[in-house]
Design a protein around this ligand. Sequence first.
Ligand code: 2HG
Ligand code: ZN
Length: 485
Amino acid sequence: MTVSPSPALTRPDLIARFTDLLGPVGVLVDATDTASFCTDWRDLYHGRALAVLRPANTAELAAIVRLCNEHDVPMVPQGGNTSMVGGATPDGSGREVVICLSRMNRVRAIDPADLTMEVEAGVTLKAAQDAAREAGFMLPLSISSEGSAQMGGVLATNAGGNNTLRYGNARELTLGVEAVMPDGSVFHGLRRLRKDNTGYALRQLLIGSEGTLGIITTAIIQLHPQPRAIEAALCAVDDADAALKLLGLLRGRDPALVQAFEFMSGTGMDLVTSLIAGTALPLGERAPAYVLVELATPRPDADLREYTEEVLGEALEEGIITDAVIAESEGQRAGLWKLREEHAEAQRRAGASVKNDVSVPVTHVPELIRRATAACEALIPGIRPAPFGHMGDGNIHFNLVQPEGMDPAAFLARSHDIMDTVADIVKALDGSFSAEHGVGQLKPYMMPAWRGGAELAAMRHIKAALDPKNLMNPGKVLPPAQPGA
Ligand code: 2HG
Ligand code: ZN
């Protein structure tokens, strides 16, 4: 796919036109104002933007997308800029505009009878969760970056996170979307229907498209009843095999209660407790690995505390876990979650790291961790494997922290070797090379080997049909087509 010859309008002309449409408040052009939009959270990508555009509503967004389409201006949608794969960072050409929906930040409505929330793309996930909670409900999507991540990006990347095992990921929780398509037309799909078999599921195509097929402006999200009781516990285990046994025990007893099941390596936990202020291991001794378990129920009559003590007591007796602490208060529960949620930040502070956001069938998680640890240690002596993540749904962040004292650039130069080594193992275990972080600009090169043939061909046809000029987040998700392919 080629982008047609350069736009007829000069940069100052374009900026003037954008300013006419959005007003000065909606157009950022100074390098100091646009800098933070041009670099990703991991500091892997550094681009330039023709401008950062901040529409205040769908009509403004549609107008600027139409203008971009007319003048062949590539567009990079960006939410809270928390992508782990460079999915929202512009390239270095200075031709792309970043489109940011943070001014569209209203929770429009919560319908208690329908159990739905209508929310604009620029609302942070945390603000949406809070609004749901204040209305007596639960928005069960929960991710480490929820304080900054915005609903538009959460949906565009089909975010998963900590509660997927029980409630599904963004796709399962979204009933309808409104979106601006690459030509500037508006897809009015803000429906709140559980049943609606009327042709292709366009909203599901937009969810997870990482902004390559359109820009989601508003969504109808499915809410859940707020749990009446929640118990969180941190358990020490010897290895991932023991963690899997614990999951089996919990699910065998009552699968409906398990709301989160997060694995953490001893190495990862050491990094958190040594690098993040306000954290400390609440268990007597350091363990090779840990599991953060959360059980929850909306039933008023259940004695969840007693149940949790009983089932963890059984796990201790059977030698599945070696120690455990159950949170005694909301504050303690938050403290346990902080130990888990700060893994990404602690690893960022520990130097360069390579991330492998992979998934395998849950039963293969221990084998994945065993084999990938051995393979990476053989590849780079001193490398620090620090796997963690959403073990209950099979999604492990098999992250590797650089050896102590190694030059970070030299370590990052080995990124592809490391990623390919892990990917080979994941493939042998019937997994995926990107479980929840998406493809972005970091991983399109992996697509032919993993999604080649009819699957990638269909994706290219869809992209070409909806965005024939390749203006929506170009360079993301799909690899460049090979000549003749
Ligand atoms: C998490 O689960 C995020 O905390 C980030 O998905 C994972 O840093 C990572 O690799
Ligand atoms: Zn995650």
